[in-house]
Design a protein around this ligand. Structure first.
Ligand SMILES: *Cc1c(COP(=O)(O)O)cnc(C)c1O
Length: 350
């Protein structure tokens, strides 16, 4: 079976080997304050910066999930309140988590067929929260639009959930302060960890806010990571696998180009089929998660079933689009050959 589910998603095939190597290396049994672990952490951070083109002044740390990052944003980076600008289910989830911790969290919901910059609200919030790639409806905030968002909210911190695009798409890190992604999507790794990337401005703001109420208060995390240590015993296996995969993959510009090329091929295949993209507006459509609209729930169910019989795991619809769409991951761990074979299946389905 080839997994085209948009998370947990297809894992890089080399991970099988790296799991064995991790066991043999003895690192999994080593204290996380030991020199070999600290060296692994340090090297992994530097590989991430190199391969994903993260500005060298940004701070990288590892936490357990994107969901944890939602909470960290409210706990450690929000002074008064956050404003959540979203168009889909993951943006809404983030808002819901924030509101449970800080009741003054605000939201602005925009149309998923339009650009985020069409109607940016005025706000007195100090943290602006954006979902870069909305996994539920297959939309993406492009770099041009993010730049505009940065211009409009130049005083605030901007936090970006890039869970289903980081390590697949070249991200304009300078246009925001907090970026994060869990590793079970474009990183092509098993779930259980997330990468959290912060600008110097974000690190500074966290210091001012001085949240020290939680084990995962950002100041504790940052203080430890700046010494290549962690606040608690971390996911050593996850870090090991991330290290190995980062070592192997191409630079992000190359990965990004390849996924864009495949996204274009997909557009041609879909156009000829009996399906449509949920999002017609190409400038807001995702390159990494394809949300495809069927004519009826029966057609969608039949497609998913037949795809499965032919060896492809397809993502069901999500949230509001649960019964009208299905989703296909265009993630880097899926080989070009695998993508072509699913495209052929599409063509034969009609
Ligand atoms: C998958 C996903 C999440 C949740 O990730 P977890 O690792 O389960 O916390 C959050 N945001 C987006 C955009 C996602 O695609």
């Amino acid at each position: 079976m080839v997994c085209f589910y948009p998370g947990p998603a297809k894992i890089y095939p080399s991970v099988k080997q790296h799991l064995n190597e991790a066991y043999d290396s003895g690192l999994l049994e080593r204290n996380h304050r030991s020199a070999p672990f600290e060296a692994l952490l340090k090297e992994t951070v530097s590989l991430l910066k190199e391969k994903l083109a993260v500005p060298s002044v940004y701070s990288i740390s590892f936490v357990s999930s994107a969901t944890e990052c939602w909470e960290i944003c409210t706990q450690s980076f929000t002074e008064e309140k956050s404003l959540h600008i979203y168009n889909g289910a993951f943006g809404k989830k983030w808002f819901d988590y924030a509101k449970r911790i800080n009741a003054s969290a605000e939201r602005f919901v925009y149309d998923c067929h339009q650009s985020i910059i069409e109607k940016l609200p005025k706000t007195d919030a100090d943290l602006i929260c954006i979902t870069h790639n909305e996994t539920s409806n297959g939309t993406q905030v492009n770099s041009y639009d993010l730049k505009k968002v940065r211009e409009v909210y130049s005083d605030q911190l901007i936090a970006v959930d890039a869970t289903s695009s980081m390590a697949g798409v070249e991200l304009p890190f300078e246009e925001a302060d907090i970026w994060y992604a869990s590793v079970q999507k474009c990183f092509g790794l098993p779930a259980g960890m997330a990468v959290l990337i912060c600008s110097p401005k974000a690190v500074e703001q966290a210091k001012q806010i001085d949240d020290n109420r939680f084990y995962n208060s950002y100041n504790f995390i940052e203080k430890n990571f700046s010494k290549s240590q962690t606040t608690h015993t971390p996911n050593i296996l996850g870090i090991y696998l991330l290290n190995k995969v980062m070592e192997e993959i191409s630079p992000i510009t190359k990965i990004s180009q390849q996924l864009q090329k495949q996204a274009k091929e997909w557009a041609e295949v879909i156009q000829k089929s009996s399906f449509d993209f949920l999002i017609e507006n190409e400038s807001v459509r995702s390159d990494t998660v394809l949300a495809i609209k069927g004519k009826s729930l029966e057609q969608i169910t039949d497609f998913i079933k037949q795809a499965e019989q032919n060896g492809f795991v397809i993502g069901k619809g999500y949230g509001e689009w649960k019964e009208t769409t299905f989703r296909i991951a265009n993630f880097p761990a899926i080989s070009e050959l695998e993508t072509t074979s699913l495209q052929h299946f599409f063509e034969s389905y009609g």
